[in-house]
Design a binder for this molecule. Structure first.
Ligand SMILES: *Cc1c(COP(=O)(O)O)cnc(C)c1O
Length: 417
């Protein structure tokens, strides 16, 4: 009966597509953390028993180990216990969740926000709430897997638009006769690090009366003067509210961001007009039929939102590390090198190697030097563009980035055996 499991697992193995989990914990013990130790804990892991300097996490601001977030979670456990006990619409919605939503809405400058227990759940729930049979969705070819799944679940007609191609999007919108139209895109693309042209997308949506949904999983906390994300990066909205040029024009925008990356904890939120958010709350099945995240997660996030808003020095340091890496890698590569650091203003700095086995060989060479950078292969990225996805964190030091640059130089030219 079950032999097909063995057969199909063997096939996966033969295609070098079997994944293996590593057991990861902070290397540094938590006792009496100084700010320096706190940063060490966010970058230096015990991976399967060995010390590794990591450039693999999405902990872009180092908040996963921040004492204020940890203290807020401890205090909330003492007050609320550890479980939310039901979905938010039954009895899982606490005062911490309510306050968090108001604080998130204020940070991004939109009228209302709704918290979800995961980003995956937010996209898979919100997209089918916004469109259904008889409607059309226009989705960028490089969108995250959970947008793709949300589009499929919606049963709306799907148009996959070549990455960042505004002319192709315009043509597709023009030829559509669907009842409702939704354009959906990553705001910062997770494997490339580039930022979507949100003002141009919104202008197109205005012309063709479409909704726009952006997924800011990798921009929230990182971009914008106060970490408000991609809307502030483009001067559209932020802590100050909606910018004058965009007054009255953001009602057709649904903003989504995750809170397990730069915000350091877990979950996600959608934000937008009061009506759109009310509708999503009434209709998203992942909101209605899943147990809420426990209150201490929301409490930790509230502390995280304050750090994001009030500590711009974390973003300044992250930008300095990015320039250091770009200069260091640029110097290390000989002219004609096949390696290419993709242009990115974000914490995601992909180094394209090319062949799958070469990327794995470089990852192994770095690992031998105690540095962990994940290699990303097709189908996650296009064939022939296997890469190291270097992700920087404000918790990294300039010495650590220097170490990475030197290790990359030593590994350069490294080929699969
Ligand atoms: C990580 C990610 C998600 C999923 O968020 P989770 O909170 O991890 O479920 C959604 N969209 C993008 C672009 C992501 O990178």
């Amino acid at each position: 009966m079950t032999t097909w499991f063995d057969d199909d697992l063997r096939t996966l193995g033969e295609q070098h597509l079997l994944r293996r989990r590593r057991q990861v914990a902070p290397w540094q013990a938590p006792a009496e953390l100084t700010p320096h130790d706190e940063a060490l804990r966010a970058t230096t892991y015990c991976v399967d028993g060995q010390e590794r300097l990591s450039f693999g996490s999405n902990d872009y601001l180092g908040l996963s180990q921040h004492p204020a977030l940890m203290a807020a979670a401890h205090a909330a456990i003492d007050r609320y216990g550890v479980g939310a006990t039901a979905s938010p619409l039954v009895c899982g919605h606490s005062p911490e969740h309510e306050a968090l939503e108001a604080e998130l809405a204020a940070l991004v400058g939109l009228p209302r926000a709704l918290y979800f227990y995961a980003g995956y759940a937010a996209n898979v729930g919100a997209i089918p709430a916004l469109v259904g049979q008889g409607d059309a969705v226009f989705s960028d070819a490089l969108n995250h897997a959970c947008i793709i799944d949300g589009v499929r679940l919606s049963r709306a007609e799907a148009h996959i638009v070549p990455h960042g191609d505004l002319a192709a999007l315009e043509a597709a919108l023009r030829s559509s006769t669907a009842r409702r139209k939704l354009v959906v895109t990553d705001a910062v693309f997770s494997m490339d690090g580039n930022v979507a042209d949100v003002p141009a997308l919104l202008a197109l949506c205005e012309r063709f009366d479409a909704l726009l949904m952006i997924d800011d999983a990798h921009g929230f906390g990182v971009l914008g003067p106060q970490g408000e994300g991609t809307l502030a990066h483009h001067g559209m909205a932020g802590v100050q509210g909606v910018a004058p040029a965009w007054q009255g024009r953001l009602d057709r925008l649904v903003y989504m961001a995750t809170l397990g990356k730069a915000a350091g904890v877990a979950g996600a939120f959608v934000a937008g007009s009061p009506q759109a958010i009310e509708w999503i709350m009434q209709k998203a099945r992942t909101y209605m039929f899943a147990t809420a995240a426990p209150a201490h997660i929301a409490a930790a996030l509230r502390a995280g939102v304050r750090v994001i808003r009030d500590e711009p020095q974390r973003r300044d340091h992250l930008q300095a590390l990015r320039h250091q890496l770009q200069a260091g890698v640029g110097r290390g590569l000989e002219a004609g090198s096949a390696w290419r650091l993709m242009p990115s203003d974000t914490a995601i700095q992909p180094l394209v190697i090319g062949r799958n086995d070469d990327a794995l060989a470089v990852m192994a060479a770095l690992d031998a030097q105690g540095i962990w950078v994940p290699a990303i292969r097709p189908p996650t990225v296009p064939a022939g563009t296997a890469r190291l996805r270097i992700s920087l964190s404000a918790a990294h030091t300039t010495e650590q980035v220097q170490r990475l640059c030197e290790a990359l130089q030593a590994a350069h030219g490294c080929k699969a055996p």
